[in-house]
Ligand binder design. Structure first.
Ligand SMILES: Nc1ncnc2c1ncn2[C@@H]1O[C@H](COP(=O)(O)OP(=O)(O)O)[C@@H](O)[C@H]1O
Ligand SMILES: [Mg+2]
Length: 328
């Protein structure tokens, strides 16, 4: 099959908003017979929000994620656009489904994957995708090693993601200009086709470093023109990283003991200046190592009766044991 003719079977229009709503009953305002199935069409922003419960996801996004102020604002803007688009459709003012493909740029660990999962939920609640699922892939999932392997691989991934969101991490690796016969180009062409023809059933989010993505778009104007929303994820400040650490500990039922928070603040100060610093991911990794050290300390004390407090607490020593503190 020619890649350019490829269309996935079973693509269906996104379901209309299906959240339950009270039966309007046969009052004077009731819609004409034949239009009685499902909830009445929403006529106000409040009605769309109530029917879709999209506010819940936006609220969770605000609450659960530290910082990311510009990203959160952009997501609210996109949600507003989609809610209005819905109302416009009901008045017959919009016929085409909006292009929703996005690009999330930022350094590692700035929350791109996490936010993409929330975005999938928002799109699902608003009825722009059939499922709230996100399929996350990289070049290796799409591109084969040998001739003839790429198209089936890419199509398999697209089939899996269809109806939801396809998240392509470090998307620029699909394009390798230094290699004339790189199979990545084949994957890009199939993606472009599906992004255009099946945009009512699949949303693609490209993610990666900002500068590399810019270069990628310069060489792939077709891809660039299909991206409707660009969101840039800033690095976190030291204070935000501390808050993220606290949230991660809370979520796992751990806490910093006396002076451990201070030790972690110092740790972050050193770590942020190191190569390969990866924002919230570095925080998560550092806390994982601290938990290992805490477990070793408790494990060594065979006969002690351990209280919940013992089991909860990360001591300063578990932070200060990091090799970062050892250099001179
Ligand atoms: N703003 C935030 N608040 C709380 N946790 C965060 C935040 N941003 C990222 N994280 C956490 O940090 C880790 C890395 O985030 P991730 O979304 O994978 O980053 P990226 O995809 O940009 O590399 C995840 O465990 C995520 O839950
Ligand atoms: Mg990621």
């Amino acid at each position: 099959m020619n890649a350019l003719d490829y269309r996935f079977p079973g693509a269906v229009k996104p379901a209309p908003v299906t959240a339950p709503a009270p039966d309007p009953g046969p009052g004077p305002e009731a819609p004409a017979a034949g239009a009685m199935d499902g909830p009445p069409p929403a006529r106000s922003v409040a009605e769309v929000l109530a029917q879709t419960q999209v506010e819940d996801v936006l609220g969770e996004l605000d609450r659960d994620l530290v910082g990311l102020v510009p990203v959160k604002a952009r997501i609210r803007d996109i949600a507003a656009l989609l809610v209005i688009d819905k109302l416009r459709t009901q008045h017959g003012l919009t016929s085409q489904s909006p292009s929703l493909h996005m690009c999330f740029t930022g350094n590692p660990g700035t929350g791109k994957t996490t936010v993409a999962m929330r975005m999938a939920q928002i799109l699902h609640r608003l009825g722009y995708v059939r499922t709230g699922q996100l399929v996350a892939v990289t070049r290796d999932d799409l591109v084969g090693q040998y001739i003839g392997h790429t198209a089936p691989k890419t199509k398999e991934v697209l089939k899996k993601a269809m109806g939801g969101v396809l998240f392509i991490d470090e998307a620029y690796y699909l394009y390798r200009p230094e290699n004339e016969r790189d199979y990545g180009q084949e994957a890009i062409e199939i993606l472009l086709q599906v992004m255009e023809n099946q945009r009512d059933d699949l949303v693609v989010i490209l993610a990666g470093y900002k500068d590399r993505m810019d270069t990628f778009f310069q060489s792939n104007p077709g891809m660039s023109s299909r991206i409707a929303h660009h969101l840039d994820f800033p690095d976190y400040s030291g204070g935000e990283l501390m808050q993220i650490a606290q949230r991660m500990l809370d979520a796992q039922n751990y806490r910093f003991g006396d002076h451990a928070a201070e030790a972690f603040r110092r740790y972050l100060g050193l770590r942020m200046a190191q190569p390969h610093f990866a924002n919230a991911r570095s925080v998560r990794n550092a806390l994982d190592r601290a938990r290992l050290r805490q477990a070793s300390r408790l494990f060594a004390d065979r006969n002690r009766q351990l209280t919940a407090d013992d089991l909860l607490t990360i001591e300063a020593g578990e932070i200060l044991a990091s090799s970062l503190f050892r250099t001179n």
